[in-house]
Design a protein around this ligand. Structure first.
Ligand SMILES: Nc1ncnc2c1ncn2[C@@H]1O[C@H](COP(=O)(O)OP(=O)(O)O)[C@@H](O)[C@H]1O
Ligand SMILES: [Mg+2]
Length: 327
């Protein structure tokens, strides 16, 4: 399933990223490139720094050291929105879906499509008048009570002017959410990724774990994800659902969207990843082409050669690879 049409120009490039939390170095000098169309498995034991690393490239944390390049340009992210604006989309375990909304609404969550039933200009004119006329009448009446005719004139003018300004500012609100177009677009987005969901009008809470995952992925793709980052996407899924999500990951890559996938599951990693980056205690201790390595070797890099030796686990992996490779 893996293909070799991976282009050589990196889309995303992390160079010597370091993140410290107080005295603890969570990620130390980690670099790697992500090219269009490839899937990178990011692996490591608990606490190895995987989540911290992806949080730096998705704008959640600012690195203490190192640089990030996107499409050849150096970038820095103040918050996740900056990264998302460039098309770096992250799907966390909680998926950030709204349980009580349907599939279509979730794909457009926070970016709903609106349509107008009258033109914007007409809407502003109507709303301005609705503000200005009563305001002018009220102020004119008040002016007349206290300052006679000059008061009336001033009140009238001031009321009209401020009413029109307010009305103009708020006058474009006559829009309604365009559910029909949103549903149509959602159907297309899911279809493009070969995702089958029985009914788009179902609330997300009624979907299976894999289907939710698919909705989250479809949403990112619809909004032009250029790099997809997934933190343990299959952790909470049943076997057949895991397979679906993994095949979706491949579909994304085949559409040219590279995926960085964090997983504990060696089978998953080997099933989808073109390359595997191994972190251990915040450092990159290996980067392997999946077709040219073995799960044993990856595990020995993850836990460190000494540990494997001490525990007597998979000694053959060590013999054949000669211990820990440099980063
Ligand atoms: N916000 C934080 N504040 C302090 N320490 C943190 C924070 N986030 C992570 N760490 C620490 O950084 C190290 C790496 O954590 P993490 O990136 O979550 O590892 P992983 O995702 O590989 O399990 C761990 O020792 C963890 O306790
Ligand atoms: Mg983590």
């Amino acid at each position: 399933m893996k293909k070799s049409q991976v282009s050589m120009e990196p889309l995303l490039r992390a160079v010597n990223l370091t993140k410290r939390f107080g005295g603890l170095v969570a990620v130390e000098n980690v670099s790697f490139d992500v090219r269009p169309g490839e899937v990178i498995g990011l692996v490591g034991d608990n606490g190895a720094g995987k989540s911290t690393f992806i949080k730096m490239i998705s704008g959640v944390y600012q690195p203490d050291d190192g640089e990030i390049y996107f499409d050849g340009k150096k970038v820095s992210f103040i918050d996740p929105r900056d990264a998302r604006d460039l098309g770096i989309e992250t799907i966390y375990q909680d998926l950030a879906l709204a349980e009580n909304l349907d599939v279509g609404s979730n794909i457009f969550l926070g970016r709903e499509m609106k349509k107008r039933f009258i033109s914007e200009k007409l809407s502003r004119i109507i709303i301005s008048s609705a503000f200005a006329l009563p305001l002018a009448a009220l102020l004119a009446w008040l002016g007349l009570q206290f300052y006679k005719i000059p008061g009336l004139v001033l009140g009238l003018l001031f009321g009209l002017a401020s009413g029109f300004v307010l009305g103009w500012l708020f006058g474009s609100v006559t829009q309604i959410v365009d559910r029909k177009t949103m549903m149509g677009e959602s159907t297309k987005a899911l279809k493009r990724l070969d995702i089958e969901i029985p009914s788009l009008t179902q609330q997300v809470r009624n979907l299976s774990g894999g289907q939710r995952q698919s909705v989250a992925i479809a949403r990112s793709i619809y909004w032009n994800a250029k790099v997809m980052i997934m933190d343990e996407p299959t952790a909470a899924l049943g076997v057949s659902e895991q397979r679906k999500v993994l095949s979706l990951v491949r579909t994304l890559a085949d559409h040219g969207v590279p995926v960085i996938i964090i997983s504990h599951n060696m089978q998953d990693v080997f099933a989808v990843a073109d390359r595997i980056v191994i972190l251990r205690r915040g450092r990159k201790v290996g980067e392997e082409v999946s077709a040219e390595t073995t799960p044993d070797k990856i595990v020995s890099l993850m836990v460190g050669a000494e540990t494997v030796h001490k525990m007597g686990v998979i000694p053959q992996a060590l013999e054949s690879n000669g211990g820990v490779a440099g980063a």
